[in-house]
Design a binder for this molecule. Structure first.
Ligand code: FES
Ligand SMILES: [Fe+2]
Length: 376
């Protein structure tokens, strides 16, 4: 009940955009997978030419469920419905039935997909409208990079709330205990892209004994509320990391947060890398990625404690250390387009305070309960 109340303060639990479905590897291993994604049951499979299909898990014939639990299966790259055996190719078209010619109008409702470094994303448009923009395929270079590791956490939350942390510099120090947190560039917004860059230092204990100080520069590129791509450079070892932070609404209350990471290590580490020093260079990146995965998860779990219990405050009382929270919220408004014929999803007052200069333009009527954004 409490989580439902929390959600009502944001315009929708399903902002428009690209959202993670699964990795190609996981889809191929499952053969046919089904999940609740953006409030819908979807299936995903891969055909024999490597084409991935993400589709609504409902048969257009007589409405059977298509997932494995109902008896759906993939045969020679086609999804076969468990009820009367209609077969669908990776475009969603029905191409065969056991007893008669396939009806031409029998098509699955499929979602547009994009693949980045083996991660499969699908577009969720308001009222089912087609994609309005795409996520950039900017991480295709795999030379020297470790395999991708994906781990997923599920908790009550909203993708706008979790993504907001990438501009919330103050929490990096307070929640995660990072030192020397420094915003190196102003936050930039260009259409659906938001860029946030900062430096920080963290000290980690290895095997509970050795202390390892890591100096990081982080460069986060955010394309909508389901896709954050953070490039992290460690200056003293040196090594580079790619971290995708992928928040995907499940059912209007829960979100799946998938962390996908890759590591690349410089040819001659400037200093000892715990546990990896004896390894041939080619294996180091993979070992370090395995070692870093649990650290990333621990950091995110520190956020989950807050996210899963917090309430959305449309008019937060901010101070000058908070960074660009309201600028971020202004950026977010584009992901809640008004449905056809509907009123603007944001109340008038919210739009006023979400202006980038909100702190300079307080709404004129402080009599409205909870009115101004206060910067102290
Ligand atoms: S309901 Fe799917 S084939 Fe009949
Ligand atoms: Fe965080």
């Amino acid at each position: 009940m409490q989580t439902e109340l929390k959600r009502t303060a944001l315009p929708s639990p399903y902002p428009e955009g690209w959202y993670f479905v699964e990795s190609r590897k996981a889809i191929e291993q499952a053969g046919l997978m089904q999940k609740t994604w953006m409030g819908e049951q979807v299936v995903a499979w891969c055909d024999e030419d490597g084409r991935i299909c993400v589709a609504e898990s409902v048969c257009p014939h007589l409405g059977s469920e298509l997932g494995p639990a109902a008896g759906g299966r993939v045969c020679e790259g086609r999804l076969v419905c468990p009820f009367h055996g209609f077969e669908f190719d990776a475009t969603g078209q029905c191409v065969a039935t056991p007893f008669a010619a396939p009806p031409r109008s029998a098509r699955l409702r499929v979602f547009e997909t994009q693949e980045i470094a083996g991660l499969i994303f699908a577009w969720s448009g308001i009222e089912g409208r087609p994609s309005q923009w795409s996520v950039p395929d900017e991480a295709v270079d795999q030379e020297g990079w470790s395999d991708l590791r994906v781990q997923t956490l599920r908790f009550p939350g909203h993708p706008q709330e979790t993504t907001e942390n990438s501009v919330d510099i103050a929490h990096l120090r307070y929640v995660h205990g990072y030192d020397n947190v420094d915003r190196t560039h102003p936050v930039e917004v260009e259409g659906t892209l938001l860029v946030s860059r900062w430096d920080f230092r963290t000290v980690r204990k290895i095997a509970g004994i050795a202390r390892l100080t890591l100096d990081f520069s982080a460069h986060a590129r955010i394309f909508g509320l389901g896709y954050s791509f953070v490039q992290v450079r460690e200056r003293s070892i040196p090594m580079e990391m790619r971290l995708w932070v992928l928040a995907t609404p499940v059912d209007g209350t829960l979100i799946d947060m998938s962390l996908a990471s890759q590591v690349k290590v410089g040819p001659r580490p400037k200093r000892f890398v715990a546990g990896a020093g004896f390894l041939p260079h080619g294996l180091r990146a993979g070992v370090i990625n395995r070692f870093i995965g649990p650290m990333q998860k621990m950091d995110v779990l520190q956020d989950v404690v807050i996210w899963s219990r917090k309430q959305y405050r449309p008019r937060p009382r901010l101070n000058r250390a908070d960074g660009e929270i309201m600028m971020f919220r202004d950026y977010c408004t584009q992901f809640y387009p008004a449905p056809t014929g509907a009123a603007d999803p944001l109340p008038e007052l919210d739009r006023a305070v979400r202006h980038p200069d909100a702190e300079l333009r307080l709404p004129e009527s402080p009599a409205v309960e909870d009115a101004p954004v206060v910067v102290e």
